[in-house]
Ligand binder design. Structure first.
Ligand SMILES: [Cu+2]
Length: 289
């Protein structure tokens, strides 16, 4: 390599290493807990054992695919530099190489097996609901969510997005709701999910859950929130014109706070018939149709 080329090459390497380091740290720095954040690079921070596993699997796949991409890039560079017509005027006529062919068959199989094993394990963890401490039923409607606590009395409440003009300081836009789903921390929450009109989807990224809300059918998922706070999600199945205005907000509190909330909620929402909300669309501040 000429001196000039060498200089450019080392500078490019330096830029690449810096960029990679920035990316690696940015993923952690910019990820939000319970909600997305500006310039977020990776997944939202985890607040459940399932999401810990998903994040770990994601990181594993990221480095595995990066290594494969770098390996292919190096091979391509070798072909370009060492085997071009000028550098290698009389090419080899080799057509078969048993060792090489066995290798390029077996190595990809091993790589796929290394991906499949943790992948299936993760699927099992997500789908196998442990013995629940609390069951919450979430019903997707055009365009808000209703929650009930089937084992804790006969009450139900609607969770409608807060309009921009009504946002209080600290409430994220398009994610905040009037009535949050409240659950205790460090407890297994069994979530029953259904739809009242069309198909919606219940998703909370920090818990690593996402399940379709299908009319006439109960789907279920589970999470164990390991941190207190408010965790946001959104409907994740295109369900109509105000699909983007039916966020999910889960408030994770201590068991004592949950008991207090439950006692209060039973009274507050007892009288509420699960009637269609008065003007849910207008209340949500979404464009009317
Ligand atoms: Cu939707």
């Amino acid at each position: 390599m000429a001196k000039q080329e060498m200089k450019v090459f080392s500078r490019l390497t330096a830029i690449g290493v810096t960029a990679a380091a920035l990316f690696a740290s940015a993923g952690a720095a910019f990820a939000g807990l319970g909600q997305p954040s500006p310039w977020q690079m990776g997944l939202q921070d985890s607040a459940s054992p399932v999401m810990d596993d998903i994040s770990g699997f994601n990181t594993f796949l990221f480095w595995l695919t990066s290594a494969i991409a770098v390996f292919v890039l190096v091979l391509l560079a070798m072909v370009i530099v060492r085997f071009n017509a000028r550098a290698n005027p009389s090419p080899s006529r080799t057509t078969h190489n048993t060792t090489l062919e066995v290798m390029w068959t077996i190595v990809p199989v091993l790589i796929l097996a290394a991906i499949a094993v943790p992948s299936f394990r993760l699927l099992y963890v997500e789908l196998d609901v442990p013995k629940p401490d609390l069951t919450v039923k979430a019903t997707g409607k055009q365009w808000f969510w209703s929650y009930s606590y089937p084992d804790n009395g006969n009450f139900q409440f609607d969770s409608v997005m807060v309009a921009d003009k009504d946002l209080k300081p600290g409430q994220p836009r398009l994610l905040s709701v009037n009535n949050e789903m409240v659950v205790p921390v460090n407890k297994v929450i069994h979530v029953l999910v259904t739809g009242a009109d069309v198909i919606h989807s219940f998703m909370v990224p920090s818990f690593g859950i996402r399940i379709d809300a299908v009319p006439g059918r109960i789907n279920d998922t589970w999470f164990k929130a390991t941190k207190e706070g408010v965790f946001y999600g959104e409907c994740s199945e295109l369900c109509g014109s105000n699909h983007s205005y039916m966020p999910i907000a889960v408030h994770v509190v201590s068991q004592a706070d949950f008991d207090a909330w439950l006692a209060h909620a039973k009274q507050q929402f007892a009288a509420d018939e699960p009637a269609p909300p008065k003007n849910a669309v207008a209340a949500a501040g979404a464009p009317a149709h």
